[in-house]
Design a protein around this ligand. Structure first.
Ligand SMILES: Nc1ncnc2c1ncn2[C@@H]1O[C@H](COP(=O)(O)OP(=O)(O)O)[C@@H](O)[C@H]1O
Ligand SMILES: [Mg+2]
Length: 651
């Protein structure tokens, strides 16, 4: 079975700090104001979180006052009346503080959701934008599953980071700072005890959490592989069934699934043990703080804390009670931060991959020659005009500021072209060919001879290693790619239809085509008959890549799509290979009338299709070994002759 594809390579971020910095600065670029509002709200929430710690001290002091009054013989109701207004006031104050906290946390969560989703939206938009700008070569060397996972898995880890991890760490960090300040105010000795707890917790987090992050990243990797496998099996269901491969695929799947299970289990065992361990360390220190507090009270130890500097007297009991509350809170916040570590590690690895996709070098385009609508004056001079005239010209600006217009005629020449998809393996050797305007040029040759490669070079999916390609006398490197491709009507060997109606798919060739133009193109491609027999005619919805059509019907649609663009140059790569000979003959006649006066490159393995071409090039292992029209090649008694007479079978 094919090795399952790797999706997201499961490594940690190479440059975690840089990635985080970039993520945050990008966040600020898009949502500066909003982020500040959220941060301000989080600060408020954190401060409100510390309030109870201080509040408990006030309550304790009231109790002490009450006890003192009772000892002094003041009757209960009177004592109550004396303290009640103060108690009510501080209760009201507390309620007010909590209300503010509530508003702040409401605002920060709502705004947080808006920022997170908006930011992800922008990231996906940028990823898609840069993905579309990438050269075909990128898609040759990266598999779809990998690219897809940047939009799904990786984006999701970033969501987690922005919506949860960063706010949690920020809020918990602030709370901790505030708590430390309050603790120092109350008692330096007891603060030291709490610090010991923190040190122990950090140590445990490093030990347990460090491992856990490793397994979380592996879990992502396994998940990606499993998803890739499922996708591949869905695409290949027919092959799986035909070769009765169900049991073998199941076994492959089980292996991947078990790996995912084991990685996920390990990741979660570590993560799940972290919380109880933290909780228990917290409990132990709760007791220890109480114990140290009791000792301090018992021995009436002097305390050198901040409150003493302010000249404020606090009883040791008040201090210990306050501290117990703060210890709990402190430990909770530290364990919240430690819990986020796994997510941060995963998210940074994911974000790095997202940025890698965004940073891929886009397809370069140094072209400055553009295609414009041309008006031909009586004297034959060509100028630019705004409306579609049916004539085109290359607008060629020169260094001295002058502009020349060259009529688009479809004259294509290749001179001594060498090319290889990878430098180590040259696919085309010294290819020289020319197609004069209106000529029909055919390529024949065995599978893998390099026929499709030649067309890939004409439309500049790839750039040549050596040699020259000229289009109407202009080096094609000087022509802007979009304009070059606009001048070419291409029917690719692999048909690709998009989700949408039949009409929309034909209109893909020319976005402003009217329904009538689309139907005319369909008639030309001989697709009209079968389309009208579809349940909803031209409005029939096509599912993924036209799965509800036959292969031949798909080809007819892609020919119609190219025909509606009405291009000056047509490239047909095995365009009629799945169409029966009778239909092909009809399509051919339609095409011939469309292509009258235009340059056509045809690749076909049915030699009857190429027979009436002006020039036939016979390719063998990337070299043109014979050229000429049908009669000449037959007379030469070479390879073409052998192919034609059946002495040598093609493909
Ligand atoms: N994207 C690619 N990356 C690397 N090699 C390729 C690629 N496409 C085609 N090739 C190689 O280039 C050679 C010519 O292929 P192609 O032009 O598609 O042949 P055909 O004549 O059947 O259309 C083959 O040996 C093939 O293995
Ligand atoms: Mg091919």
């Amino acid at each position: 079975m094919a090795a399952p594809r790797m999706r997201g390579d499961g490594r940690r971020a190479k440059n975690a700090k840089g990635t985080l910095a970039r993520l945050i600065s990008l966040l600020f670029t898009y949502y500066k104001k909003e982020v500040f509002v959220v941060l301000a709200c989080i600060i408020v929430v954190a401060l409100v979180g510390v309030a109870p710690a201080v509040y408990i001290q006030t309550i304790a002091s009231y109790i002490e006052q009450g006890v003192a009054m009772a000892k002094g013989g003041i009757p209960g109701p009177e004592a109550y009346a004396a303290i009640a207004p103060a108690i009510l006031k501080s209760l009201a104050l507390m309620a007010g503080v909590y209300l503010i906290g509530l508003v702040a946390s409401f605002t920060s969560t709502r705004l947080g959701a808006v920022i997170t989703q908006g930011f992800l939206n922008k990231l996906r938009q940028r990823m898609f934008g840069s993905m579309q700008s990438l050269p075909i070569r990128y898609f040759d060397t990266h598999n779809r599953g990998d690219i897809m996972s940047h939009y799904t898995n990786d984006i999701d880890t970033i969501r987690q980071l922005i919506s949860q991890s960063i706010p949690t760490v920020f809020q918990a960090g602030l709370t901790l700072i505030a708590l430390v300040a309050v603790m120092l105010y109350f008692s330096v000795w007891m603060t030291l005890v709490v610090f010991c707890a923190v040190l122990l917790m950090l140590f445990v987090t490093r030990f347990v959490g460090g491992n856990s992050a490793k397994y979380f990243v592996r879990q992502q990797q396994s998940l990606g592989r499993e998803e890739g496998f499922i996708e591949e099996m869905m695409n290949g269901q027919k092959v799986v069934k035909v070769f009765c491969h169900e049991a073998a695929s199941q076994a492959d799947f089980d292996r991947l699934n078990n790996q995912l299970c084991s990685d996920a289990t390990r990741a979660n065992i570590f993560a799940n043990t972290l919380m109880p361990i933290m909780g228990n360390i917290g409990n132990i220190f709760y007791v220890l703080v109480a114990f140290v507090g009791a000792l301090l009270i018992a021995f009436e130890a002097p305390d050198v804390s901040l409150h003493a500097l302010f000249g404020i007297e606090l009883s040791m009991l008040t201090i210990v009670v306050t501290f117990l509350g703060m210890t709990k809170q402190f430990v909770n916040n530290v364990s919240q931060v430690s819990q986020q570590i796994n997510f941060v590690v995963m998210a940074l690895a994911g974000a790095e991959r997202v940025f890698e996709l965004m940073d891929e070098t886009p397809e370069t385009d140094d072209g400055y020659v553009t295609l414009v609508n041309a008006c031909v004056a009586e004297d034959g001079s060509v100028s630019e005009c705004a409306e579609r005239t049916g004539h085109w010209a290359w607008k060629h600006p020169h260094e001295d500021g002058s502009v020349t217009y060259t009529p688009l005629t479809g004259d294509v020449r290749m001179v001594k072209v060498d090319f290889g998809y990878v430098p180590e393996k040259i696919v085309l050797h010294d290819v020289t060919l020319y197609a004069e305007p209106g000529q029909k040029v055919a390529f024949v040759g065995a599978t893998g001879a390099g026929k499709t490669t030649i067309t890939n070079l004409i439309n500049r999916f790839y750039d040549i290693a050596d040699g020259k390609i000229r289009y109407d006398g202009i080096n094609i490197n000087k022509i802007r790619k979009a304009d070059l491709r606009r001048s070419l009507g291409i029917v690719l060997q692999d048909t690709n239809l998009f989700t949408g109606t039949v009409m929309e798919n034909i209109r893909y060739g020319k976005l402003d085509a009217t329904d009538e133009e689309c139907i005319a193109a369909a008639k030309l491609a001989n697709a009209h008959d079968f389309i009208t027999r579809l349940p909803d005619g031209y409005q029939t919805a096509l599912t993924a890549n036209g799965a509800n059509l036959s292969q031949g019907q798909r080809q007819l649609l892609s020919i119609a799509r190219a025909a509606v663009a009405d291009p000056p140059v047509m490239i047909l790569d095995e365009a009629t290979s799945s169409i029966d000979t009778r239909t092909e003959a009809i399509v051919q006649r339609g095409m011939d009338s469309l292509m009258h006066g235009r340059t056509v490159f045809v690749i076909a393995h049915r030699l009857s299709t190429v027979r009436n071409s002006d020039v036939i090039m016979v390719l063998e292992q990337g070299r043109i070994i014979e050229r000429g029209d049908h009669e000449k090649l037959i007379a030469e008694h070479g390879k073409y002759y052998q192919l034609y007479t059946g002495a040598f079978e093609l493909e």
